[in-house]
Ligand binder design. Structure first.
Ligand code: BGP
Length: 458
């Protein structure tokens, strides 16, 4: 039996945007997803948009009961900025205030630790129209929004989170076109990355101003970059890929400084952001209290085969090619590699290079397209998901035995949810959501997860 330390947390993560849905009269303002779906619905899988997400808004009590039934001792969700402050920087929506109070109180009344994230890819559209994260005004509006949240909800929230996977809106919004504004503009992307980091540091400061004892962290999608071989060119490619993918936020968030090699590359391409001297001190002085780590699949890279065309816009892939390892283990239902040892490597990296800061595994899970095919006697028989979780937990446990400071495991996610352009394509839940009638059915993994939590191991 693999036994986890006493008080280890078991639960799941989700986000406001991906679960709440929209209801007439709820007072929510548009965010970038609402807007993008309205103007380009065909981009979204089966043209299902963010207003029809898992209807948590109408099923709060039922869903919170499901957390208990699936063994949760911790739960992470996010506040939708555009719900609480519809135009991003003006009046508070009283209906949203009442809604989030009800949700958070409900979580606490069930004896579950509550992690609340302030930003899960969801910028209010009114701010995007003024330039979004490329503008300092958005940073300052975010700081005011964060402070508002701390002042209203501190009573229920055990731990705060500033951002989820902040590199993703940078990559997807300014390089790969999976997030709005879906442009190709490296200079803007770098500015957005810097502004996001600054906003995170300002939120850390605000959180501690309001209550010095409250812990606040950031959630990063960390994976080591694995080189194809030990050839120096492959090793260099991996080092640089990791600078872009992980250290761009990990270093400033935990150490308060940017990696010099990354700064050099950015300078070399004339992409340095605009900032004030005091911003660097803000980032330096307000590092996070703990880390959330999301991990799904490894990043494998090789030295780039070709020189970029001189007219090509800058991409981080100037420095590395993606590489598919022969004989890799796959999740065929999602097309992602499964590499459990990645969790161990992340844990060792945090232990050895980031002061063994306290962390929680905040997302790990197995997406499955067409999961109805595993339905037997009304229950999804998702043994593959149980195996996936067990495999990753085994590696996490090994790292903890060696001193890694991980305090909990949150699966993605408790109920099948809407996921950006992929909409409902990939199902991740411990609980199945029937899109036709919005009924909820616990999957085999949900029952197993309860035992896992009760036994504190497996
Ligand atoms: C993570 C995001 C989540 C969720 C998950 C699954 O990176 O933090 O919001 O969407 O990915 O993604 P997908 O449904 O595309 O497989």
């Amino acid at each position: 039996m693999i036994q986890f330390p006493k008080d280890f947390l078991w639960g799941s993560s989700t986000s406001g945007v991906q679960t709440e849905g929209r209801v007439v009269g709820d007072g929510k303002g548009d965010n970038t997803w609402d807007h993008w779906f309205r103007i380009e619905p065909a981009k979204f899988h089966q043209e299902i948009g963010p207003e029809t997400t898992s209807t948590f808004y109408q099923h709060v009590e039922e869903d919170l009961d499901l957390l208990v039934e699936t063994g949760h001792t911790a739960f992470r969700t996010s506040i939708q900025w555009s719900r609480l402050i519809p135009d991003g920087d003006g009046a508070i929506n009283p209906i949203a205030l009442e809604f989030y109070e009800r949700v958070f109180r409900g979580v606490k009344e069930r004896g579950i630790q509550l992690f609340v994230n302030l930003y899960h890819f969801d910028l209010p559209m009114a701010l995007e129209e003024k330039g979004g994260w490329t503008k300092r005004e958005t940073v300052l509006a975010y700081e005011r929004y964060a402070r508002t949240c701390f002042e209203h909800f501190n009573h229920w929230v055990d731990r705060w989170i500033t951002f989820n996977e902040p590199i993703v809106p940078v990559e997807c919004g300014y390089f790969y076109q999976f997030h709005y504004p879906a442009v190709i503009d490296a200079k803007a992307g770098v500015q957005v990355a810097f502004n996001t980091q600054l906003a995170s540091a300002l939120a850390v400061k605000a959180c501690h101003d309001v209550n010095p004892d409250k812990k606040i962290g950031i959630v990063l999608n960390l994976t080591p970059a694995y080189p194809r071989s030990q050839h120096p060119a492959d090793v260099k490619a991996a080092r640089i890929a990791e600078l872009f993918q992980a250290k761009s936020f990990l270093d400033p968030a935990v150490k308060g400084t940017y990696p010099p090699e990354l700064v050099e590359i950015i300078r070399h391409h004339d992409l340095l952001p605009e900032f004030l001297e005091e911003d660097l001190a803000t980032i330096k002085n307000h590092t996070v209290d703990y880390l959330g780590v999301n991990y799904y699949q490894p990043l494998r890279v090789a030295a780039p085969k070709y020189l970029p065309h001189p007219d090509s816009p800058f991409f981080p892939e100037f420095y590395y090619d993606h590489y598919q390892m022969l004989g890799r283990k796959m999740n065929p239902h999602r097309g992602w590699e499964i590499y459990e040892k990645g969790v161990y490597d992340i844990a060792k990296n945090i232990q050895e290079h980031y002061g063994n800061i306290e962390w929680i595994l905040t997302e790990n899970g197995m997406g499955v397209e067409g999961e109805e095919k595993f339905l037997v006697d009304d229950t999804i028989q998702d043994d593959y998901r149980i195996d996936f979780i067990k495999g990753h937990l085994t590696e996490l446990h090994r790292a903890i035995q060696e001193g890694a400071n991980c305090k909990g495991y949150l699966v993605w996610t408790f109920i099948d949810c809407w996921s950006w352009l992929n909409s409902y394509k990939n199902r991740y839940g411990l609980v199945q959501l029937d899109l036709t009638d919005q009924n909820r059915h616990i999957k085999k993994s949900g029952y197993w997860f309860k035992e896992l939590s009760q036994n504190n191991g497996f």
